[in-house]
Design a protein around this ligand. Structure first.
Ligand code: ARG
Length: 460
């Protein structure tokens, strides 16, 4: 027998391997609910324009509703021979309600059907991911609030640079995620248009109402060009681009968590429930969760490249290549959800080892810039003061003393403008408090940044 759905013009059955090779039902059955949702809207529209009778619409609705139940109960029989989710559901409908089931596909093609399904599916994922991202941001704010005054070394080149507060560092993570959130919303906006009615590629001869299906499915309106509607997957690429950047941001935070939990930094403690041990080394407590998030960044970025290459050079309109869009998209959404969940649960539970952070900031000559700025205020040109402080740091290294450990006389060897008031700027608290402007690390500013951030989250 030739294929039931399209075998009319064929003279022999599909090769068994080819059937398997071209089938997508193993993975696209994930969009079953969206497929049915789309079919319901399409059928309602067909009946409203007189292509289906009211009775036919009712029996299609009843049949599809039963299919929903079967799928939810796990009793639905998926068939590889029926190729994909769309034809599986249509065949089940026809076997339930008879010839009326065969009328559902009037004025529609799997091409506009699948383009609709993916958008509906991805839109739901986006909304879940947006909520999870917000939960992570709230967790960051919670920790930042607690650590607004906690002093740690700030780094450039991973070398101690200037003291910052841990709260300020956390708010840097927050801002990265804030941009990721807005990228996600941009993606949703462009995705939220209805391809239904584009049919195979050119539109359809039936008197369809595209505004009606768009509205029934919660789209902002119908897409504008039928050829484009069935062929482009740029919305999926945008989603993967969002995901790639998000994971890159999470990988940076992960890397910091991994470093900070090491004995060499010893800045934070991750609760045991987020860590695992070693089967050979009894002392080990490994930061597996951030390590895995860091690792998963590779696969998510790989999916972005896969989708970009999938679209490259595809002539209009639909090509079977596009069936390859689903697995990368599904896995991206799953991975993003898991990583966000891990981070949202873990971040508020991070325990700062304040003394160690402070000690690290004190040890690394982190207030050298403050001393240079002090000399400038006493009338010395910045380049000269840079040189003076450089020499005092060299002296400190040779004598194993930090700047704030030196006596006034010792400091005065390098410049006679140095007075007792120098110790105000050499302290870590003085250093961070002095950076008191928008975006600066002063605890006062960090608290303001947290308050602003809370307001933004409240408006979501
Ligand atoms: N399974 C196909 C996909 O995922 C559905 C569309 C197939 N259309 C076609 N004319 N073969 O892209």
């Amino acid at each position: 027998d030739t294929n039931l759905s399209w075998g009319g013009r064929f003279s022999e059955p599909t090769d068994e391997f080819v059937a398997r090779f071209t089938a997508s039902v193993d993975f696209d059955q994930r969009m079953a609910m969206q497929d049915i949702q789309g079919s319901m809207a399409h059928a309602a529209m067909l009946s409203s324009v007189g292509v289906l009778s009211e009775d036919e619409l009712q029996s299609i609705k009843t049949g599809l509703t039963e299919i929903v139940t079967d799928i939810e109960n796990g009793t639905f029989q998926w068939s590889l021979a029926l190729e994909d989710v769309h034809m599986n559901i249509e065949a089940a409908l026809t076997s339930q309600i008879g010839v009326t089931g065969k009328k559902l596909h009037t004025g529609r093609s799997r091409n506009d059907q699948v383009a609709t399904d993916i958008r509906l599916w991805l839109r739901e994922e986006i909304d879940v991911i947006a909520r999870e991202l917000t939960r992570l941001q709230q967790g960051i704010l919670q920790l930042a609030e607690k650590e607004a005054d906690t002093i740690m070394p700030g780094f450039t080149h991973l070398q101690t640079a200037q003291p910052v507060t841990f709260g300020h560092h956390l708010m840097a993570w927050f801002e990265m995620l804030e941009r990721d959130y807005s990228r996600l919303q941009d993606c949703r906006k462009r995705l939220n248009q209805s391809p239904l009615g584009a049919a195979a590629l050119a539109g359809t001869t039936y008197p369809i109402n595209r505004h009606m299906t768009a509205e029934l499915l919660g789209f902002d309106g119908p897409t504008r060009n039928s050829l484009d509607s069935v062929s482009d997957r740029d919305f999926g690429i945008e989603f993967c681009a969002f995901a790639s950047l998000l994971l890159i941001h999470l990988s940076r935070a992960s890397e910091e968590l991994v470093l900070w939990t090491s004995a060499q930094f010893n800045f934070i403690e991750l609760p045991d429930r987020f860590c695992t041990g070693s089967s050979i080394m009894p002392q080990k407590k490994n930061p597996d969760v951030p390590e895995l998030v860091r690792g998963k960044t590779g696969r998510v970025n790989g999916h972005l490249v896969a989708l970009l290459m999938l679209m490259k050079s595809q002539p209009l309109a639909y090509n079977k290549d596009n069936q390859e869009d689903k697995e990368p998209l599904f896995d991206t959404a799953d991975t993003v959800r898991d990583c966000l969940r891990a981070f949202a649960d873990m971040v508020p539970a991070i325990e700062a080892k304040k003394d160690n952070m402070r000690e690290a900031a004190r040890r690394g000559f982190s207030t050298a810039t403050d001393l240079a700025d002090y000399l400038v205020r006493k009338g010395i040109a910045f380049r000269d003061s840079h040189e003076i402080v450089g020499k005092s740091v060299a002296y400190g290294i040779a004598n194993n003393r930090d700047l704030s450990d030196m006596s006034l006389q010792e400091l005065q060897q390098f410049s006679d403008v140095i007075g007792q008031d120098v110790f105000d700027v050499l302290t870590l608290e003085g250093s961070v408090a002095a950076r008191n402007h928008i975006g600066g690390t002063a605890p006062e500013q960090v608290r303001q940044a947290i308050a602003d951030a809370k307001e933004r989250l409240a408006q979501r």
